[in-house]
Write a protein that binds this ligand. Structure first.
Ligand code: GCU
Length: 385
């Protein structure tokens, strides 16, 4: 029955561009005291912290930064993985707070031919664990490790269930045990916050791994994982780059367009994803003090790549592109010009040579080899240099 109701809601969503209501986005460069931000110093000291706080209070919940200790052990190592091309490490990262532990199982391949610390793509895996098979008996375009290794990057992944099971009843069994105060606060983090928190802890680990260049970590996520990759990159400025793939509502797409998935729907079907306060904005997109272009702006001046798929109107490709477009002026404060036209590019026409990159891939909602090949091209321009 629930599945039927969900399908019905999705079918009733608006997919007609002419029915997008008129809307005004909150001005990313205007402070809550109505002061116009003109310099990057004002942005960094006043407006950016304000925006992060607004997202914490109203959308994703707080992001606790303190813990008592982080330790790690190498569960398995193979210096001759992928026919000698890579070194595999399966790392168990344990984070403890108030005697409560969380264990993150990281799979990491590092290219062997590369000298010195290498940049890495870190996937927040929200799909099956067999997508990141360390033995490589199973290969998947969701995490095409061989392609990334051949391009000279390391590739890593962890599964969201290590941090918070993606389930309304059991999401509390993970990070939330370390921060019980989050469970009762209206602005407490829930599952998506916990997944982003996990990405930050993996970055803490990368800072201890001498084979990895922790200053060049790209955080990658698809769909609900792409919502988390954006939130991680916005919260933690150590991430050098962000990839958000088909992330849609409460990801990279503008809420005020009310196109495809809406806030009411996401809060109803996935009540365990966002802060309780977010439910106040069910059917009330225009009252929300933020919109998603502001989350992208919070990642400036770091490079960001967003994608959509042509048949995935649920995730609003046009609204995603417009969120990037409306974040441009913050990158402009850093002298970074992105060359985004007013309208989205045609299908399969990636925008790579721009600090805000984008493509709309032909096809269905998914993370594919095509998407990854463009992530690599984008990283070659913006991360490696
Ligand atoms: C659902 C949900 C989306 C989400 C997607 C996914 O469709 O409504 O918000 O992005 O699942 O994670 O694949």
């Amino acid at each position: 029955v629930l599945i039927q109701v969900q399908a019905q809601n999705a079918a009733q969503a608006n997919y007609d561009e002419s029915k997008v209501p008129p809307y005004t986005l909150p001005d990313v460069l205007k402070t809550t005291k109505s002061k116009k931000v003109q310099t990057k110093t004002e942005w960094e000291t006043i407006r950016r912290p304000e925006i992060i706080k607004l997202f914490e209070e109203n959308v994703y919940g707080q992001m606790p930064k303190s813990y008592d200790r982080l330790t790690y052990s190498i569960k398995n190592k193979n210096a001759d993985a992928m026919a000698g091309k890579a070194t595999l490490k399966e790392v168990t990262i344990e984070v403890v707070k108030n005697n409560n532990p969380v264990k993150i199982n990281l799979v990491l391949f590092v290219p062997n031919r590369q000298k010195g610390p290498v940049p890495v793509f870190l996937l927040i895996n929200n799909r099956g664990k067999d997508n990141t098979d360390p033995t490589r008996a199973k290969k998947s375009d969701f995490w095409p490790a061989e392609m990334v290794i051949d391009s000279g990057y390391a590739i890593a992944a962890f599964h969201v269930s290590d941090l918070a099971p993606d389930d309304t009843a059991t999401y509390v069994n993970g990070v939330l045990q370390l921060y019980p105060e989050q469970l009762t606060a209206n602005d407490g983090m829930k599952a998506i916050g916990a997944w982003a928190w996990g990405a930050c802890r993996v970055l803490d680990y990368f800072e201890k791994d001498t084979t990895i260049d922790a200053k060049k970590v790209a955080v990658v996520g698809h769909s609900r994982g792409g919502k988390a990759s954006l939130w991680a990159a916005a919260e933690d400025q150590r991430f050098a780059m962000c990839m958000t793939n088909c992330s849609g509502n409460t990801g990279a797409a503008l809420a005020r367009r009310q196109f495809g998935e809406r806030i009411n729907r996401i809060n109803t079907v996935f009540p365990h994803w966002f802060a309780t306060n977010y439910k106040k904005f069910n059917h009330k997109e225009n009252v929300l003090p933020v919109d998603q272009h502001m989350l992208i702006a919070a990642i400036a001046p770091r490079p960001l790549y967003a994608t959509n798929a042509s048949k995935d109107l649920w995730a609003d490709p046009t609204g995603t592109y417009l969120a990037l477009k409306n974040a441009e002026k913050v990158y402009g404060l850093y002298g970074l010009t992105s060359n985004l036209n007013a309208n989205p590019p045609a299908i399969n026409q990636p925008i790579i040579n721009s600090i805000l990159g984008y493509h709309n891939r032909e096809g269905e909602h998914n993370l594919t080899a095509y998407d990854w090949s463009n992530f690599i091209k984008f990283a070659n321009v913006h991360l490696k240099k």
